[in-house]
Design a protein around this ligand. Structure first.
Ligand SMILES: NC(=O)c1ccc[n+]([C@@H]2O[C@H](COP(=O)([O-])OP(=O)(O)OC[C@H]3O[C@@H](n4cnc5c(N)ncnc54)[C@H](O)[C@@H]3O)[C@@H](O)[C@H]2O)c1
Ligand SMILES: CC(C)[C@H](C(=O)O)[C@@H](O)C(=O)O
Ligand SMILES: [Mg+2]
Length: 355
């Protein structure tokens, strides 16, 4: 079993260090870890945010655990050299089109949500975000116009792209509450019209799943008004990016939400995937022990479940995280005083003492 660790920039290395400690606590037999450079760190060392060696390491691994990329010092670089291209490049080069972003309340943390506790308590949803298409990967550029320089980004989805993410979402919904909400902007966008029609077509193959459709503006509103109505949400790359950050504040903090990015490649142990917190490199708190490592640790749990077939180890980690949060081991993002290392310590201790 091979796991590639790409820590990246800002708080990436801080949270990945804690996830690594948790992984090492499990003492999995036959596990090899590799470390690769991504993001601004890779740009400084190799002149590129996603060096060929890193991509090759990802391809040779059974799974990738990713921290975060992004550094304001790189804001003026051409787009293809910006740190964010590392994660975008990995997602597209590795064919990771299905991004699973679960958001569920943690018992005892309801009062720390941005919502009323009784509303926060009802959250248990999964955002299935398409990750290889949309305005992210369409043609883009800058051109002259009567109004001065004009930036443009092409938004598109074809039926094949929508069909494969719809299948992923319907399958995910089958394993959950059998309710799927497709989020689009079909009242305005042609892209969304094709999206909606294709999702309806795929739905024929999943008669047990109740499907509904919601415009993204309404979905953003419903997510804070009554998030308990959502079970599984399927949406495009851009809408999924935005709604998942919003869902994290409904749960309590962006430092809590994990993600899995999956494609079609199967390994000896499961489905190849890349796992990362939904948050970024958080330059405002980087290097000060203030980052919440829970999202990275829960991303490790998802990795063990989906890519290594180790459900019991995944569940052990998730139980430990829930327990330490209920015990009140909270970082600054949740109004507490625990440092990144304190939270990692508490998770490791909980795993060891409850096994
Ligand atoms: N997948 C990724 O690597 C990824 C994801 C999002 C943003 N980014 C990049 O990260 C950089 C910063 O972007 P941003 O500020 O918009 O988003 P961000 O997610 O890095 O931070 C948003 C806010 O949440 C806080 N936060 C984030 N993670 C936290 C954690 N684990 N614990 C406590 N607080 C946390 C930050 O301090 C900040 O106030 C940019 O360069 C952006 O492109 C990368
Ligand atoms: C860093 C950026 C390219 C990325 C995205 O937009 O997908 C991030 O916001 C995320 O959610 O993983
Ligand atoms: Mg994002």
């Amino acid at each position: 079993m091979k796991i590639a660790l790409f820590a990246g920039d800002g708080i990436g290395p801080e949270v990945i260090a804690q996830a690594r400690r948790v992984l090492e606590t499990l003492e999995l037999p036959g596990l090899t870890l590799f470390e690769g450079d991504v993001g601004a760190a890779a740009y400084r060392r190799h002149g590129h945010p996603l060096p060929q060696e890193t991509l090759a390491m990802a391809r040779a691994a059974d799974a990738v655990l990713f921290g975060a990329v992004g550094d304001f010092s790189c804001d003026d670089l051409p787009r293809e050299l910006r740190p964010e291209q590392a994660i975008l490049g990995l997602r597209s080069e590795l064919g990771l089109f299905a991004n699973l972003r679960p958001a569920a309340g943690f018992p005892g943390l309801e009062h720390l949500s941005s919502l009323k506790p009784e509303v926060a308590r009802s959250i248990d949803l999964l955002v299935v975000r398409e990750l290889n298409g949309d305005v992210y990967f369409g043609d883009k550029g800058e051109r002259g116009s009567a109004g001065g320089r004009e930036g443009w980004d092409m938004m598109s989805y074809n039926e094949a792209e929508v069909r494969r993410i719809a299948h992923s979402a319907f399958r995910a919904a089958m394993g959950r509450g059998k309710k799927l909400t497709s989020v689009d902007k079909a009242n305005v966008l042609e892209t969304s019209r094709i999206w909606r029609e294709t999702v309806i077509e795929v739905a024929q193959e999943y008669p047990e799943v109740e499907l509904d459709h919601m415009y993204v503006d309404n979905a953003a509103m419903q997510l804070v008004k009554s998030p308990g109505q959502f079970d599984t949400i399927v949406t495009g790359n851009l809408f999924g990016d935005i709604l998942s950050d919003q869902a994290s504040a409904c749960v309590g903090s962006i430092g809590l939400l994990a993600s899995a990015s999956l494609g079609e490649r199967q390994t000896d142990y499961g489905t190849f995937g890349l796992y990362e917190p939904i948050h970024g490199s958080a330059p405002d708190i980087a290097g000060r022990g203030k980052a919440n490592p829970v999202a990275a640790v829960l991303s490790l749990a998802m990795l063990l479940r989906h890519s290594l077939g180790r459900e019991q180890d995944a569940a052990r980690i998730e139980r430990a995280v829930e327990a330490i949060l209920a015990d009140g081991v909270l970082g600054g993002d949740l109004g507490g005083t625990a440092s990144t290392g304190d939270i990692g310590d508490a998770i490791v201790r909980k795993i060891v003492t409850t096994s």
